[in-house]
Design a protein around this ligand. Structure first.
Ligand SMILES: *Cc1c(COP(=O)(O)O)cnc(C)c1O
Length: 390
């Protein structure tokens, strides 16, 4: 396979071999386990809303799976991120280091607490925040005064760093964590896309003081809508549970609240879905690993590169990603496949170009721009048929 036209038509044929003749979405959920049974339990018990056994169970299951001490369920990933950023000490007027190459939720959550993002470039291989770019930015632009990291250009406090594990590929989180320690900056990992991804055998999310997952319908496992905060810090865990449940002081009938809280609780119905989904997560991960190998093999005979995790890291293969040579090639590939009912997608428009964030400081974002121009997501659902014959 050489020219792009024939690669595209082979890609369509290959997708059809894996997924069949109907429209092929990027990522669809699979409900073939205990979903119906657990939902019925909720309905029959009358506990469908914000309290119930399934919420507690789902929290325990996520804590176990990720190796975290505490897990706090929320209504979606964005709300979990909002609370994580607030609890780690980010305040109105602060600045938060993050990637320009991420989904909008990361920057929205930073904005909800009255802080402003600073955009750091990503690494070409991981697509996640570059520790070298982070260190360079801080050395050029920041100084520590009275234990606080101050941006010398804006005079504002830089209080947190929110890297993201793009499409489930772990970023260089160990190095980022060390830089944050050196600069006294809180680390919150946006793991919305990286449940089941490991950096040197440690689950992503275990490096930050607080980290979050999303269980939106297109993620690796889903609760319909939902999110989770994880932390090893008991005080953060207690505060997170408190302010996500309206900051109500526990009492049998009196309603007393001790601060402005949020109604960010995950309903029991959604948690029931989550319990059934996470029971199957290892099966999903194993099938998706086989699928990623098939895609990698497919593209190995072309000029197109298939993105893989760093040596020693494990990706959950949430969305498979290829890199083309130019923006023109990217656009052709996406249009030609979508025209045939095979869904492919470019990476998000860089946050630094959106009108809400175009005045935020950035470091040039050379790699981010190059990746925006050339990355394409491939169909990545768990297939309904066996992969062994393909
Ligand atoms: C999905 C996602 C979120 C937010 O999740 P929701 O559950 O949709 O609120 C946050 N960050 C990233 C990078 C995501 O992909």
């Amino acid at each position: 396979m050489n020219n792009l036209e024939s690669i595209v038509s082979e890609t369509i044929k290959f997708s059809r071999k894996i997924y069949g003749d109907d429209f092929i979405p990027l990522h669809r959920p699979i409900f073939e386990g205990n979903e119906k049974e657990y939902l019925l339990e909720c309905i029959e018990s009358n506990f469908v809303s914000s309290v119930g056994k399934k919420v507690d169970e789902f929290e325990k299951m996520v804590a176990n799976f990720t190796g975290s001490k505490y897990a706090i369920a929320t209504v979606n990933g964005t709300s979990a991120l909002h609370v994580a950023i607030k609890l780690c000490g980010v305040d109105r007027g602060h600045e938060v280091l993050t990637q320009a190459m991420t989904f909008i939720a990361t920057c929205n959550a930073i904005t909800y607490v009255g802080a402003k993002p600073i955009f750091i470039d990503v690494d070409e291989d991981t697509m996640g925040m570059s520790p070298r770019a982070l260190k360079d930015f801080l050395e050029k632009n920041a100084e520590i005064k009275n234990g606080k990291t101050i941006n010398k250009i804006t005079g504002k406090v830089i209080s947190a760093c929110v890297p993201m594990h793009t499409y489930g590929v772990p970023c260089r989180i160990n190095e980022i964590s060390q830089i944050c320690l050196n600069w006294n900056i809180a680390l919150v990992e946006d793991c919305a896309e990286s449940m089941g991804s490991y950096s040197k055998n440690v689950h992503t999310g275990k490096f930050g003081e607080l980290s979050i997952f999303s269980f939106n319908g297109n993620k690796l496992i889903t609760t319909g809508g939902g999110g989770m905060l994880i932390t090893d810090n008991l005080s953060f865990a207690k505060k997170a549970k408190h302010i996500t449940t309206t900051s109500k002081i526990p009492h049998d009938y009196e309603f007393v609240h001790d601060e402005v809280g949020f109604n960010y609780r995950l309903p029991n119905l959604n948690a029931a879905l989550g319990c059934a989904q996470i029971e199957r997560i290892n099966e999903f991960l194993s099938i998706k690993s086989d699928l990623a190998k098939k895609w990698e093999e497919f593209f190995s005979s072309t000029q197109i590169s298939f993105i893989k995790p760093l040596q020693g890291d494990t990706a959950n293969n949430w969305l498979n990603v290829i890199r083309l040579k130019t923006r023109q090639e990217r656009d052709y590939f996406i249009e030609a496949t979508n025209n045939e009912g095979v869904m492919t997608r470019p990476v998000w428009t860089l946050m630094s170009k959106l009108k809400m964030f175009d005045d935020c400081q950035n470091d040039g974002l050379k790699i981010s721009q190059a990746l925006e121009d050339t990355l394409v997501n491939l169909p990545s659902s768990v297939p309904g048929r066996s992969l062994s014959a393909i």
